[in-house]
Write a protein that binds this ligand. Sequence first.
Ligand SMILES: Nc1nc2c(c(=O)[nH]1)N[C@H]1C(S)=C(S)[C@@H](COP(=O)(O)O)O[C@H]1N2
Ligand SMILES: [Mo]
Length: 333
Amino acid sequence: MAKLSKQQFNCKESQVTDEKIYQQRRQLLKKLGYVGAAGLLAPYAGLSMANGKESNEFSLRELAFSKTNKASISEKLTPESKVTTHNNFYEFGAQKHQPAELAQKFKVNPWQLKISGEVERQLTLGYDDLFSRFDIEERIYRLRCVEAWSMVVPWLGFQLSDLIKLAQPTSKAKYVKFKTLYDPKQMPGQANHYLGGGIKYPYQEGLRMDEAMNPLTIMAVGLYGKTLPPQNGAPIRLVLPWKYGFKSIKSIVEIEFTEQQPATTWSKLAPKEYGFYANVNPNVDHPRWSQKSERRITSGGLFSRNRIDTQMFNGYGEQVAQMYQSMDLAKYY
Ligand SMILES: Nc1nc2c(c(=O)[nH]1)N[C@H]1C(S)=C(S)[C@@H](COP(=O)(O)O)O[C@H]1N2
Ligand SMILES: [Mo]
């Protein structure tokens, strides 16, 4: 498992399951008008309804207690307008502009996230739990798509390791499997093979246990200070900054701990092009294009110089390289 010095990250030992802190956060949500009086008894009473708003979008800044940390980078942010309109979310269409258009009515509250498999404690988290059970912080990360474009995004989220500690995996748990919601009524790409890019749904991803426990691995519930827009994977998605974007699965409803390496959507669809690991690697080209450089999406116009060199592990080698020390990364791409 990746060993990181305490100075590298502000990670306190165990911040999860502290009932007092959880109650304090709920009080804060309530004060802000996001939790109804009956919130505790009826968890799906809804944050948004209590606030008299139609949408589920609300500010998360008040909840982010540790706003700065050493995992964040200081590069120029990709503007919010680009982060929320240039998306890959095939459940809402395989073209970049489609998710922002076709996901607007996507219902994220109520939500159920089930944690199962090789664990001591099976859990089901409701919508409110996603924002109150764990320490939410802001993390500014690079996001490098396998298609050779990239962004810099200010996410809000918590470490997946916090959730894993809560579920207490057994000694048999070697991998973690993730599943996106399957709901063809709401997700037109699941109902229409052509619109959905030919993917067999539900979208599924997986990690090795040490990758899941790495302090860089977060479950994001927001970006740019607010809850996630539907097109970015509301209400909760994975963010893995050293891996190609397709590993960062959106709108997750299931997390299962397994003994065997789980099948993953893209490696099943095209195993020669997309592997299980999918670590960003400028030395291993995609069979159909080079991975040596990338187009950084900025606020600049068409002629701004935004072609940059791709870095090994997307620039996060110091935090993750040791996990792959003995592996041939050309074979395990
Ligand atoms: N369920 C699901 N998750 C997904 C995808 C998808 O099509 N469906 N696309 C992936 C890809 S290819 C990328 S690059 C990122 C894009 O995340 P963003 O739209 O928030 O930038 O989401 C990933 N997660
Ligand atoms: Mo991607």
